[in-house]
Design a protein around this ligand. Sequence first.
Ligand code: FRU
Length: 439
Amino acid sequence: MKPKLHFTAPRNWINDPNGLIYYKGEYHVFYQHFPYEPFWGTMHWGHAVTKDFIHFKDLPIALYPSKTYDRNGCFSGSAIELDGKMYLYYTAIQYLESQDDYIHIQKNNDDILATQALMISEDGYHFDNRKDKHLIIDTIKDETLGNDRHTRDPKVWKTEDNKICMILGSKMKKDDRYYGEVLFYESEDGIDFHYKNRFIDESIGDMWECPDIFKINGHWFMIFSPEHIRKEQPQNNAVYMPVSFDEKNFQVKRKGDYIFIDQGLDFYAPQTFLDENHQRIMIGWLRMRETVKGEEWIGMLTMPRVLTVKDDQLYQDVLPQIKQLFVKSVDKIDFNQPFVMKVTMNENSHIDLGGFQLYIQDDQLYVNRESVSICNDEVNNISHTPKLNGRYDLEIYYDHHVFEIFINEGYYVLSQVVYDLKDDHVIDNVNSLNIKVID
Ligand code: FRU
């Protein structure tokens, strides 16, 4: 069964959310999509629209390979509105070599060449892949600036004085090692972009994917998805970092430590956008390692999360209209329908939701999905938060095949994909408990 509140592709592969935008009264959700198989391959942009993030309408594929420069894929990117038109920025990919006898995957990870491209659509519904694509930033040839193969995921935004800015993920080689970095570009018209500045940090992974930078209540944050940030699997994990940012000269300064945006093992490649009420919303991708038995879809997007700042700290919360769906209190859990469980735990609590275990140890929330997951690969099945200072208030959202857990009002979030939940549960020694379902 597919999740009800988490977006999935009609069938086959989905990864990053792309081009999230409120445009002419609707939200457009694009996504990295391989339409032919339930695994990653030649990237297309899938497309759906929604007014409430509860009901989605699937639309035809928006971007597909059609030019020499994007012949092997349209990688991640973003959207803005300009003069009433929708501008979609993406990374155009050519494989330098594909797998023997299979054209949809490059031979080795590095066998790709990247340029940045743009599709202009009149209305957000029609995308002329023959006429309306533009190559806007050529392959980077200067090794000291960035990487010709791994430079991608343009996130574009408009400033208050109508400048158009882009942040781009890349990596830089120094002393036989790679360091993750972001590059900043600026444009007057949304087509002609000029390089302005960069930000490198030598201590956070070796390639930064899907960067984004935004301000909430005067506080700037940068989010990005560094590769190889951890030794253990999964090695790639999305982070946020408080920064200072000067929008005039594109100067970033780190203001504190980076934090994993989600403490679980599946969350990656989030993107933010402003909703119709000018709230900053974030959606991420939840990786799935296998399809659900007998089904042909794989991967999902998180529910949209509202980002706010309290005491200089970023908080995440579920979109109010989704929260408000859960109105009916119940005593028993039924895994055939979504529910939200509000629970306050302590050191002696034990929660087992169909085989998904939660417990507090050493002041941290632990979750263990060993018995409801895949055990034949190297990816961990146990994860935990940092220390929680004795406060363990959880809001656990369940939807088919996924838990999203908001801890202490969203100070931390932990999401996990699960498979084959058993039909029973144990909730022992908790301080308070309240379970609600959709009426
Ligand atoms: C992140 C990512 C992006 C890239 C896309 C390709 O998951 O690797 O950097 O644009 O996915 O599908």
